[in-house]
Design a protein around this ligand. Structure first.
Ligand code: 6R9
Length: 567
């Protein structure tokens, strides 16, 4: 029997108080996610149970029990306190998927800091924008990423501590830099955990929009009430499960369901700190006996490319429940996984802003391949008219996905950007910015985003950020960036550019520009294709018409061009 049991019954009966009760939380109580994920699990008698099985790219494995994790997270928290980092200050994690990243997350929360996880693949500019916006006080990083921070630190007056977690005192460190080894430090058995309450800020996740700089979605400790229960019901955790979430904690999936969800449920999870390779992924599942697997459509499509034969080469019989998030999960992928693993991927839909799953396919519920499923019990979701923002009553009509505010893990603001935050709420609904329709049985069908944000392999890339970076290249006069269809990543970044006088459109220049963006922003934001143009299509008011360029890429009707400059 699954945890959720009968979905329709849960829709009638489930309230967030049920989750609060399971967590032994009452309104006004102290609630610290760091404590809930380690100390509480030990108090429940699971201190000797494995919390983390970690594997590095060379195959080395490290294992940590919940009790060891409790001590290590205390040790990190104490170190931050000793550095005089204060509750409410932002502490960034800029690391590969090493154990320090996971324990650093809980350690920061334990001392009341706001945790700001960033992808270690970020280049200097992506890193700088986010650290500057958050006025981040400290960064925990690895020596291999120190160079990127050194280049920008002089322009970040708020950044006081650069804590290198794997230096072991070898590298000569500069001002503001310090070396800290969580394993070598004297373990802290007792730490005074910061008495966070429901609305105490916890995590700051940056996400890209169509315009402007990336925005920091701010979450609070009370989000646990959503994350705990959605993990229990959707990922269907059972005591003996070995869980694998493939997401990097730089992405919200890697924190909500790669840290908080499993550990607040006292579940053993595995982490693979290595890039994607079909065989190594299957070997990882087999070797560790993974039972529950949460991944993303791009990875699933990459596995599909190798066919079912690759899957059959390994004994993957430990798997019992599969879920997916981040992009539309095509019905082909759902059907293929049934052939390859004898199991269906359960699609889940949510966002950085929602903090937890909003619309999902639940164990035991009929799956319609291609549909995102139904709202989590106690989440009120609908689609609203594109213009009036009134709920659409008739099935099959496309509108904007909208959610009634009030679920525990809703973001509380965008950092320094309350105005944009407020603009997301219309007619008493939180508007997700995605288009979908609902069928007569209440299943949601994703249609597409309502803006120009590019979803490449489940990662959101803001076109404006790439355009701004492009024009910093000496050869480029103007740029426009759109998503272009891609069989594996769904979309990849494509740039249209005009050149400054004296520059010729050559393959060499194209490569140089690609590399420029890869280093400045990240490999994901790097254009996979650059088209040199004599001029870019613009509106009469001088705005570049991304919509036209995008339509061309997708082979769609160009639509209304009445505002076009050249007409
Ligand atoms: C968790 C996460 C959110 C955006 C979202 C939508 C897209 C996420 C999806 C999906 C189709 C799904 N998205 N899940 N699209 N089907 N099951 O992905 O957060 O990085 O903020 O992205 O991703 O466009 O609005 P985030």
């Amino acid at each position: 029997m699954s945890n959720i049991g009968n979905y329709d019954k849960q829709v009638k009966n489930f309230t967030w108080e049920i989750s609060e009760k399971e967590l032994e939380y009452k309104k006004g109580d102290v609630i610290n996610i760091g404590e809930y994920c380690s100390d509480r699990i030990c108090r429940l008698g699971k201190g000797d149970k494995l919390a983390l099985i970690w594997q590095g790219h060379s195959g080395d494995v490290k294992k940590y029990t919940f009790d060891r994790m409790r001590v290590l997270t205390n040790t990190i928290a104490q170190y931050l306190v000793d550095k005089e980092i204060k509750p409410g200050e932002r502490v960034c994690l800029f690391m590969d998927k090493i154990p320090e990243l996971y324990f650093g997350f809980l350690g920061i929360l334990k001392m009341g800091g706001i945790c700001q996880p960033l992808f270690s693949a970020f280049g200097g500019e992506s890193l700088f924008t986010r650290l500057e916006d958050a006025e981040t006080t400290a960064v925990l990083t690895q020596k291999k990423h120190l160079g990127k921070i050194r280049k920008i630190v002089q322009d970040l007056p708020h950044l006081k501590h650069i804590i290198v977690v794997d230096d072991e005192g070898r590298k000569p460190l500069r001002e503001k830099e310090c070396s800290f080894s969580m394993e070598k430090e004297k373990g802290i058995e007792h730490f005074d955990i910061y008495p966070a309450t429901a609305e105490t800020p916890s995590v700051l996740h940056y996400t890209s929009g169509t315009t402007g700089k990336p925005k920091g979605a701010l979450h609070v400790h009370y989000s646990l009430v959503s994350q705990y229960m959605t993990a229990k019901y959707v990922l269907d955790f059972q005591e003996e499960d070995i869980y694998w979430c493939t997401a990097d904690p730089g992405w919200v999936t890697g924190t909500s369901y790669g840290i908080i969800g499993p550990w607040s449920n006292g579940i053993t999870q595995c982490v693979l700190d290595a890039g994607f390779r079909v065989e190594s992924w299957y070997r990882f599942i087999r070797d560790h006996g993974i039972t529950v697997w949460y991944s993303a459509p791009t990875a699933i499509r990459s596995l599909m490319k190798d066919g079912t034969a690759a899957a059959k080469k390994f004994n993957l019989s430990s798997l019992r429940h599969l879920c997916s998030v981040g992009e539309p999960l095509n019905s082909e992928a759902v059907i293929w996984s049934t052939k390859a693993y004898g199991l269906t991927f359960h699609d889940t839909f949510w966002q950085t802003e929602t903090g937890s799953m909003m619309i999902s396919n639940y164990p035991g519920m009929k799956i319609k391949p291609g549909s995102m499923g139904k709202p989590f019990p106690a989440v009120s979701a609908t689609v609203v008219d594109l213009k009036t923002h009134e709920p659409i009553e008739k099935p099959g009509i496309v509108g904007l996905i909208a959610i009634k505010p009030g679920w525990p893990s809703m973001f509380r603001t965008y950092w320094n950007n309350e105005e944009v935050y407020k603009s997301k709420f219309i007619n008493g609904w939180y508007i997700c910015g995605d288009r979908a329709s609902i069928d007569e049985e209440g299943y949601f069908w994703f249609v597409g985003r309502d803006d120009d944000v590019i979803n490449t392999g489940g990662h959101l890339v803001g076109p404006f950020e790439v355009e701004s970076a492009l024009i910093e290249h000496e050869a480029i006069a103007e740029s426009a960036v759109v998503g272009k269809p891609d069989p594996v990543n769904m979309e990849v970044v494509k740039a249209f550019i005009t050149l400054n006088p004296g520059y010729e459109p050559t393959d060499m220049l194209e490569l140089k520009i690609m590399n420029f963006i890869r280093k400045k922003l990240s490999p994901l934001a790097m254009p996979q294709e650059i088209e040199f143009m004599d001029k870019l299509p613009k509106t009469r008011s001088g705005k570049i018409m991304r919509r036209m360029l995008k339509a061309k890429e997708w082979g769609e009707e160009i639509g209304d061009t009445s505002t076009l400059e050249d007409e």
